[in-house]
Ligand binder design. Structure first.
Ligand SMILES: Cc1cc2nc3c(=O)[nH]c(=O)nc-3n(C[C@H](O)[C@H](O)[C@H](O)COP(=O)(O)O)c2cc1C
Length: 163
């Protein structure tokens, strides 16, 4: 199979997640093409699946990501996809968690998933949330390993659906 991994990134954290995901797709024996949404809106339409990720900014995906998802829906309707996001760290303390929830719940990834689904992409149920330390990063420890594990689960789900 061939996968597309598309991402937007201001400070490099979402880019690092995207690159780890692409690496894992390759490691699982598939072809992959990475699309940096901030640099180009051109991407291959011959992929078998598409992963789309964005940093969360004011609870939203970036404007560029939104434009990309709109375009991707046309090319990838009926094909499998998955969404990922980078967000602020989820506080462990329940009271702090509650306070932060308005910024971290239903963030970029869930919105990408909903928008892609609306356009007919068959989105994986789970959204990868990759957390950053502080506002600008770096990524929390073990995030790249978790990103790779997410990709393996997603690929397994595709295998499971094969006739
Ligand atoms: C202007 C601005 C707004 C942000 N808003 C949110 C937010 O609403 N929720 C959140 O979880 N993170 C927010 N963040 C943190 C970003 O998610 C974080 O900077 C991002 O994950 C970094 O990804 P990147 O390095 O790929 O740009 C914000 C950051 C900036 C600079």
């Amino acid at each position: 199979m061939k996968g597309i991994v598309a991402f937007d990134s201001m400070y490099g954290n979402t880019k690092n997640v995207a690159e780890a995901m692409a690496d894992e797709i390759r490691a699982q024996g598939h072809e992959v093409a990475i699309v940096n949404i901030g640099q180009t809106l051109k991407f291959d339409d011959d992929g078998d699946f598409i992963l789309i990720g964005s940093p969360t900014r004011m609870k939203q995906m970036t404007f560029r990501t939104k434009r990309f998802v709109r375009k991707a829906r046309k090319k990838y309707a009926g094909k499998p996809g998955a969404a990922f996001e980078t967000t602020l760290r989820v506080p462990a303390d329940p009271a702090e968690r509650q306070k932060a929830s308005k910024w971290i719940d239903n963030a970029a990834g869930d919105k990408i998933k909903a928008m892609a689904e609306e356009g007919g992409i068959k989105m994986y149920g789970e959204v990868l949330r990759a957390e950053v330390v502080g506002t600008y990063g770096p990524l929390m420890p073990h995030t790249l390993e978790r990103s790779r594990e997410f990709v393996r689960r997603f690929l397994d789900s595709l295998e499971a659906e094969r006739p």
